[in-house]
Design a protein around this ligand. Structure first.
Ligand code: F6R
Length: 236
């Protein structure tokens, strides 16, 4: 594991964007696994800056997002599809037909999950997976459990996750209680994993996840077994 501690969120974002853009420059038709939430906002802004400066071309890239709330369609301003369109995709030259986010409104959730795993497989797996980490150690929406769930699946969100995400909704009651998330297989078979975490509040879970015991009670701890893991953390 490459654990990088930086001083500011600005620096974290610049380093993460540099790693992702280097991946795209090295392999223009690569598959990027992407995350939402507040952690990657700075990274996406820096990626857009690099695109505008002509440093990187996303036209052949495919993107596969980690998760989506069940019940929110892509037009809902708190859906993860909406987040990706507005915070990254519309600022770079990715082909929208090559951007994938689980369909939170699918009539058949089970079939959608299965198809998502097929998609990952058919793309040849993910080249670089970007992750954030929840206060309870979740990655994607893989919440603490008795075992690591391998496949893409529907998950009931922990109340701590609902609390954390309530800041984006009009009220806590508006936060969906279930989501579709990529499982550990999709994440762990990525060739590279880049996890970013910022804020003093994340310090304890970052220590547990990367320097503690590997256990499904701390889902991110499985990443200690990944052969090419970079973690960038700042207290800022
Ligand atoms: C989002 C995701 C989540 C977030 C995590 C941290 O697609 O997969 O695991 O990365 O909840 O969220 P922030 O960055 O808002 O603290």
């Amino acid at each position: 594991m490459n654990f990088i501690k930086v001083n500011t969120y600005e620096e974290l974002s610049a380093r993460a964007a540099a790693i992702i853009c280097a991946q795209v420059i090295m392999k223009p038709d690569c598959v990027l696994g992407l995350a939402t939430g507040s952690s990657p906002l700075g990274t996406y802004a820096k990626m857009a800056e690099k695109y505008s400066a002509g440093e990187v071309d996303f036209s052949k890239v495919k993107t596969i997002n980690l998760d989506e709330y069940v019940g929110l369609n892509g037009e809902h301003d708190q859906s993860y599809r909406y987040f990706m369109n507005n915070n990254l995709f519309k600022h770079i030259n990715v082909d929208m037909n090559n951007t994938y986010v689980p369909n939170g409104c699918a009539a058949d959730v089970e079939a959608t999950c299965k198809a998502y795993d097929e998609l990952i497989k058919n793309c040849g797996g993910i080249d670089l997976q970007l992750l954030g980490i929840g206060y309870d150690g979740h990655i994607g929406f893989n919440e603490p459990d008795a075992y690591f769930e391998k496949a893409t699946h529907k998950v009931v969100l922990d109340s701590s996750t609902i609390d954390a995400n309530a800041r984006f909704f009009a009220s806590r009651d508006d936060v969906p209680t279930t989501a579709i998330t990529m499982g550990m297989n999709g994440i762990m078979t990525a060739k590279k994993v880049l996890l970013i975490a910022n804020g003093k509040g994340k310090k304890e879970i970052v220590e547990k996840a990367f320097f503690g015991k590997i256990t499904p009670a701390v889902p991110a701890s499985i990443l200690q077994l990944h052969p090419d893991l970079t973690v960038i953390y700042c207290e800022d």
